[in-house]
Design a protein around this ligand. Sequence first.
Ligand SMILES: Cc1cc2nc3c(=O)[nH]c(=O)nc-3n(C[C@H](O)[C@H](O)[C@H](O)COP(=O)(O)O)c2cc1C
Length: 164
Amino acid sequence: MTVLVAYASKHGSTAEVAEGITDALVDRHVAVELLAATDVRDVGRYDAVIVGSAVYYGRWLAAAHGLLVQHRQELLAKPVWVFSVGRIPQRPEIDIAAPQVVWLLATSGAREHQSFAGRLTPAGLDWRERSAVRVVRAPYGDYLDWPQIVAWAEGIADELVASR
Ligand SMILES: Cc1cc2nc3c(=O)[nH]c(=O)nc-3n(C[C@H](O)[C@H](O)[C@H](O)COP(=O)(O)O)c2cc1C
C-alpha cells in the first residue's frame, strides 16, 4: 500500500506539516510518497491520498485546489483526507472559510478535513502580506502543534492498516 501526501505551501510551514505526517505514517509502516501538489501528475497508483494546503485569505492555494479538481474522479474512488494549515490561535475568526471546507469535502470525497494552526513570521513576507497581517492584527508566532499533527496522521495510519 502506498499513500500520496501532497501539499501546497508558500512559506514552508505546510511543507513541514506534510513531512511530519509522512514521518508518522512511515513510523507505522505505511509507504508514502511526499510531493508538492505542483509535481503530482497522476493519483491512480496510490491506495490513499492526503492533500493539504496553506490557507491565505480564507482559501487553499491554487496548486492544491487544482489537484482536487484535476483528479476529482479518481479521488472520489479512494480514501482521501484533507488538511489546512493556517489558523492563528489568538484570532480564531481567521480560519479557512466554512464554504471552502464544504467545497473541499464535496470535491474530494474526503473522509475528514483537519485544520491545523500555522506559522506566521515576518521573514519572507512581502509588503502586501505584512500589511494584511497588520490589518487583521494577527500576532506573529510559530503555532504548529506537532503532537496534534502526529496524532492525526497516526489515526489515518490505523484506519489504513485496519482496512488492509
Ligand atoms: C497574507 C496572509 C494571509 C493569511 N490569511 C489567512 C487566512 O485567511 N486564514 C488562515 O487561517 N490563515 C491565514 N494566514 C496564515 C497562514 O495560513 C499561515 O501563516 C500558514 O502557516 C502559512 O503556510 P505556509 O508557510 O505553508 O505558506 C495568512 C497569512 C498571511 C501571511
